[in-house]
Design a protein around this ligand. Structure first.
Ligand SMILES: Cc1cc2nc3c(=O)[nH]c(=O)nc-3n(C[C@H](O)[C@H](O)[C@H](O)COP(=O)(O)OP(=O)(O)OC[C@H]3O[C@@H](n4cnc5c(N)ncnc54)[C@H](O)[C@@H]3O)c2cc1C
Length: 417
């Protein structure tokens, strides 16, 4: 049986892998994406993603202009003003809030992950294969790469790009010593539709602002909203509509056409309960655990938590990669979370994955159109990617430390592995 060949094989159809495929397609370069899961229904997929200038610029470079326009037209609307309250609902001064970085002027850009995926998938039907669970690769004597999948199939390529996320199997083989680290932080989040919030009389201070509850003593709670306009999006066809692949999943979590308010909070391990116990709890029980912890907070805040849709609530263990790995460039490379997975603090992971694609596409174009040796192109991409990617990991870790205050010092967190 002959093994098919493609110039650039991409493992993983997350934002990184798909944006790369879009950019290569736009430049007429032969590429194919191999994705394990036919449906993307991991927990965070039900939320919006905060998208910054670096992510938007990469999308503009990689998408055909009509799809980039669709992206702009279907962005959700997030509050633009920030409000800080204490747990008694007293307003605090905003002084010292925000990183002051110019990119934060774009903080209000809020994209539904479901809508972003619909955009990124558009036009890739012929080069995306799902149900392809990558297992291992082999570099052949002619420096091409053979990638093997769980279904027994294989693909040969000039370049294999691991865009397969934080648990990357490509990275496991390329950089086996690089581990994913449990930061010891546990994140809890949930959503309520704006219609339900109004019905239950939730204060507009919790639905119309980016509201940060900063208790005198305890963990902060971030609240914001994502407003959508399905009627306005209708001219873009299925983009911004409900995703058919979520049709059989009950509950509001993967609803893509209803505006909502959502909150998230983070605790150190064991503060809310032991992992053993928390991992067995459903959304309703997790809400009760949180309310038990913050039961003395103002009733207006508690009401928001109490009326949160339990099907949208889950606990996540916050993990990070350890920045700094270096390696010799070859015909296998990495992109996005596969190499620089980071905590969600500062909302940089997806943006950094997109930014990577803005670095890699021009390098591959230089190789394919202007005679640059492919390995030199990969090398230049990796140098630039490592520099900004590792910086983003460090920045998200320091934001986590600032948020959690007296957690374990970062150095010991990363050195203890
Ligand atoms: C709670 C939370 C909130 C966040 N909020 C933000 C935010 O507001 N802004 C932001 O920029 N980032 C945010 N992030 C980070 C962001 O979600 C990730 O950085 C981003 O999804 C990374 O994209 P990726 O394409 O590199 O990987 P992924 O999105 O993880 O995609 C990897 C893909 O590879 C596939 N795959 C995995 N293994 C295999 C295999 N062996 N074979 C084939 N396919 C495989 C997976 O199914 C998946 O489709 C947040 C993360 C979390 C956890």
């Amino acid at each position: 049986m002959s093994i098919p060949f493609v110039d650039i094989a991409i493992i993983g159809a997350g934002p990184g892998g798909l944006a790369l495929a879009q950019g290569l397609k736009k430049n007429g370069i032969d590429a194919a994406v191999f994705e394990r899961d036919p449906v993307r229904a991991d927990y965070v997929q039900g939320f919006r993603m905060r998208i910054r200038q670096r992510g938007i610029a990469a999308l503009e470079a990689n998408l055909p202009s009509h799809l980039f326009q669709t992206f702009l037209d279907t962005l959700g609307i997030a509050p633009t003003e920030t409000l800080i309250l204490d747990e008694r609902f007293n307003r605090l001064e905003n002084a010292g809030w925000g990183s002051g970085e110019p990119e934060d002027t774009h903080i209000e850009k809020s994209v539904s992950r479901i809508t972003l995926r619909q955009i990124l998938l558009s036009g890739l039907e012929e080069i995306l294969e799902t149900g392809k669970h990558f297992q291992r690769y082999k570099v052949l004597p002619d420096n091409t790469v053979l990638a093997h999948f769980a279904d027994g199939s294989a693909i040969r390529a000039n370049l294999l790009v691991g865009a397969d996320g934080a648990g990357s199997a490509v990275r496991r083989q390329l950089l086996p010593e690089l581990k994913s680290v449990d930061t010891g932080v546990r994140r809890l989040a949930g959503k309520i539709t704006l219609a339900d919030a109004a019905r239950h009389g939730i204060s507009p201070l919790l639905t119309d602002f980016n509201t940060n509850i900063r208790p005198d003593n305890g963990r902060s709670l971030m609240i914001t909203s994502h407003r959508v306009g399905p009627a306005a999006y209708a001219r873009h066809g299925l983009i911004g509509a409900e995703d058919v692949t979520h049709r059989d999943i009950p509950g509001f979590h993967f609803n893509n056409t209803t505006s909502y308010t959502w909150w998230n909070t983070a605790y150190n391990r064991d503060e809310l309960g032991s992992d053993d116990i928390l991992e067995t709890l459903d959304g309703a029980a997790l809400l009760r655990a949180l309310i038990a912890r913050i039961g003395d907070w103002d009733e207006r805040i508690l009401k928001l938590i109490r009326h949160t849709d339990p099907s949208t609530v889950a606990l996540l263990k916050v993990r990070t990669s350890v920045p700094g790995a270096n390696w010799q460039s070859g015909p296998v490379t990495l992109l996005g979370d596969a190499i620089h997975a980071m905590t969600y603090f500062r909302a940089l992971g997806g943006n950094t994955a997109l930014y990577d694609t803005g670095l890699l596409v021009p390098q591959i174009v230089a190789a394919r159109r202007h005679g640059k040796p492919l390995l030199a192109a990969v090398h230049d991409y990796e140098n630039a990617m490592r520099e900004h990617g590792y910086e983003a990991v460090r920045s998200s870790l320091s934001a986590m430390q600032r948020n959690l205050g007296a957690g374990r010092p970062l150095k010991s967190l990363l050195a203890s592995r």
